[in-house]
Design a protein around this ligand. Structure first.
Ligand code: OOG
Ligand code: MG
Length: 261
């Protein structure tokens, strides 16, 4: 795919997000489809566009790292994306559905790194050694594609459906926790709707961090010290409408809540 084509796709996805407009998935508008490598080229071009427009990079994310998410989306390969300051919402604040297309929420475990992490060959152990602390998160995803339907290259190009993320709760040292058995309950309008534990994420959320480092190594990129990394939805994502209130209650890490207006 030519650099001009990559730029054109990045611009199309950026406009779809800014104008809250669903578009056909990328593989449907690109004759012959596109490879995973080309899809990441589009994502990186999208990142450069947002940064050039004044947005700040605030972290990285992994997606499609749990069975529940893979099954829900019909895509079985973990992917990464980037996070911007314009996505970040403090806990107990509101998210306006008028700026989104068809939002869904998912509970996630996030890390902040203390040292840089470089693949290939990162493992759970090397990832854990690079972690400073663990925090809970709610991610609000919002595919720019019609009906929230996509294949692997299309969702990669669309920055893994990133839209908002809610920060808050308690920060804990990683050696104080067993991340595999760390439980979470998601409540929608006061009723429990999804339940899970850290092991849902690739058997251990630190493996998601290791995988991110290994995927970035393919582009000679590292995860710098001090990076916020969301490791992927523990449960399936839950649809959100104006008026909905969500709480994610994490064992040991506290609760986060968000209201959609
Ligand atoms: C892709 C993004 C997945 C996660 O945590 O699994 C993701 C999607 O499901 O739209 O953020
Ligand atoms: Mg997510």
């Amino acid at each position: 795919m030519t650099p001009a084509k990559i730029a054109e796709h990045a611009q199309r996805l950026e406009s779809a997000a800014l104008e809250c407009r669903a578009v056909p998935q990328l593989s449907a508008v690109e004759p012959g489809g596109l490879s995973l490598a080309e899809a990441y080229e589009v994502q990186w071009a999208l990142r450069r566009r947002r940064l050039a427009a004044g947005a700040r990079l605030t972290g990285l994310k992994m997606g499609l790292t749990s069975r529940a998410k893979m099954k829900q989306m019909g895509v079985e390969t973990p992917i990464y994306g980037f996070l911007l300051d314009e996505y970040c919402v403090p806990a107990d604040f509101e998210v306006s559905t008028s700026r989104l297309i068809h939002p869904r929420i998912e509970p996630e475990i996030a890390f902040v790194t203390r040292s840089s992490l470089q693949g290939p060959g990162c493992t759970i152990a090397s990832a854990l050694a690079a972690v400073d602390f663990v925090v809970p998160a709610i991610e609000v995803i919002d595919s720019r594609y019609r009906d929230f339907k996509f294949d692997l290259p299309s969702v990669v190009a669309d920055n893994a459906s990133s839209a908002r993320y809610i920060v808050g709760g308690c920060a804990r040292r990683v050696d104080e926790l067993d991340l595999r058995t760390l439980g979470v309950v998601v409540e929608k309008n006061g009723e429990g709707v999804a339940f899970g534990a850290g092991a849902a994420v690739l058997g251990h959320p630190a493996l998601s961090l290791a995988l991110l480092a290994n995927l970035l190594a393919e582009r000679e990129q590292t995860i710098p010290a001090g990076t916020y990394v969301m490791t992927g939805g523990i449960t399936e994502a839950i649809g959100a409408k104006a008026g909905d209130h969500f709480a994610a209650r994490f064992q040991t890490l506290g609760s986060l809540s968000v209201r959609f207006t």
